[in-house]
Design a protein around this ligand. Structure first.
Ligand code: SF4
Length: 436
């Protein structure tokens, strides 16, 4: 768990995005610091309206990069003029605000608090199914707080999911440190059965499976892929953090999988599902990662082409074995992270670009900035619909949208009036015939 300091400049949209970053960080078990000097990570959410603001942003970034906190710069100026920060020699990670929480997580799994109860936030129901994991990753501090997996019975989790649906949940997020090992403590991994039972609950809703390590789901990947193929309530989305394309580095990280196991999971889902989203994470600059290892990670990313990718620069967490390893010196981590982030934007941009001019059935999950709403298609890809009020679109609606453009990490769409996706015969991916 890390401590964070966040500074926000500019309009209400920036402030809203910072609130979302903070919410995600707190959900992940992180806590605010008293100031940048006490923080592990400093987040600067920038604005650029006039030249004077730009100068202030650069000066503040320089000040923050002199603290011991790792600096993340996000917001309008970071995205539109990221090169200015590099030119000013500010050592910062430039990220879209959506990517900041995963970056701060540092490759560790999200923390589920003890005896966490389900929470309904708007139409999103958060369902923690278990606490703890079956791993002992050398870089992880979360493990100290959470311990070995402790799984409540299936029936208990199904009842909690049912209560969420009755209370108005349209999207149930199944969460845990490592959802793939649910039931392992009882000697029987039960995630496929649990998901199947949740999907059987009466009502119109979607289910998103939270992070599942490749080592945990490898033993059940065929059964799991079948459950995905059989239940349209499940978003066809799997978050399986590989962390490295090098088996040597994975061994030093003490991950439970090797690259081949990860590939087998991906191939199985490719076989079973017409269209699905692979989300994965890479830690860049682990102490034992050499140039060849880094290239292996780049090659794996280019080969499996995940639609969602979190790239994290390795940072030491106190008390972990990796903190005692000699780190990579100089600017190596920064250069590798920059190279991988560029490849990521190319891969993800291509995925979102391929959606343009197609139609998709979506669920409106939450309000966005201004008068926009955030929607998710069947593969959990994010589609933004603007001028929602004028168009009569509300959170919780299921509708069909035509994708008109994209912004690399999400798409823009417009409602298609009077043509419900189901009536038009949408396929499993939500695509409607005749859209190609
Ligand atoms: S799976 Fe690894 S990173 Fe995740 S909580 Fe367990 S030890 Fe930490």
């Amino acid at each position: 768990m890390a401590t964070y300091h966040i500074e926000t400049y500019g309009c209400s949209s920036n402030r809203g995005e910072s609130r979302e970053i903070e919410r995600a960080l707190r959900d992940g078990g992180h806590r605010p610091a008293d100031g940048p000097d006490d923080a592990d990570v400093a987040i600067l959410n920038t604005c650029t309206v006039v030249e004077k603001t730009e100068r202030n942003m650069l000066r503040r970034a320089e000040e923050l990069s002199e603290t011991t906190a790792e600096l993340v710069v996000t917001g309008c100026m970071a995205l539109a003029q990221g090169d200015l920060f590099e030119g000013a020699d500010v050592d910062a990670e430039i990220l879209h605000w959506d990517e900041v929480p995963a970056y701060v997580l540092n490759g560790e799994c999200p923390t589920v608090t003890p005896d966490a109860e389900p929470v309904l936030d708007g139409v999103v129901g958060i369902l923690p199914i278990a606490r703890g994991c079956m791993s002992n990753c050398s870089y992880c501090i979360t493990k100290f707080a959470t311990g070995r997996v402790d799984s409540p019975p299936i029936e208990e989790n199904v009842e909690k999911a049912r209560a969420l649906v009755h209370a108005g949940a349209k999207e149930i997020r199944v969460t845990g440190q490592d959802t793939g090992v649910y039931g392992w403590d009882d000697g029987d991994r039960k995630l496929p059965e649990l998901l199947d039972r949740i999907c059987d609950i009466d009502g119109e809703f979607r289910v998103r499976l939270g992070m599942a390590n490749p080592g945990g789901i490898h033993g059940i990947h065929e059964e799991l892929a079948d459950v995905f193929a059989e239940n349209e309530e499940l978003y066809d989305f799997v978050h399986a953090p590989v962390q490295s394309g090098s088996d040597d580095v994975l061994a030093d990280m003490r991950r439970q999988h090797r690259v081949e196991k990860f590939r087998e999971v991906v191939e199985t889902f490719d076989d079973r599902l017409d269209h699905w989203t692979l989300s994965t994470d890479f830690i860049v600059g682990f102490p034992t990662e050499d140039e060849v290892d880094h290239e292996l990670s780049m090659e794996l990313l280019a080969e499996v082409r995940p639609e969602k990718i979190n790239v994290t620069r390795f940072s030491k967490r106190p008390g972990t074995d990796a903190a005692d390893m000699k780190g990579l010196g100089g600017t190596v981590k920064k250069e590798r992270s920059k190279a991988m982030s560029e490849l990521k934007m190319e891969v993800v941009g291509e995925a979102y670009g391929s959606m343009v001019d197609d139609r998709f059935e979506v669920l409106v999950v939450e309000e966005g900035t201004g008068d926009s709403v955030k929607c998710r298609d069947g593969a959990y890809r994010q589609i933004i619909v603007q001028n929602a009020t004028e168009r009569g679109v509300d959170v919780g609606d299921f509708l069909e949208v035509a994708v008109t453009g994209h912004n690399t990490v999400y798409a823009f769409g417009e409602p298609v009036d009077g043509t419900p996706a189901e009536a038009a015969g949408a396929d499993d991916a939500g695509r409607v015939p005749g859209d190609d």
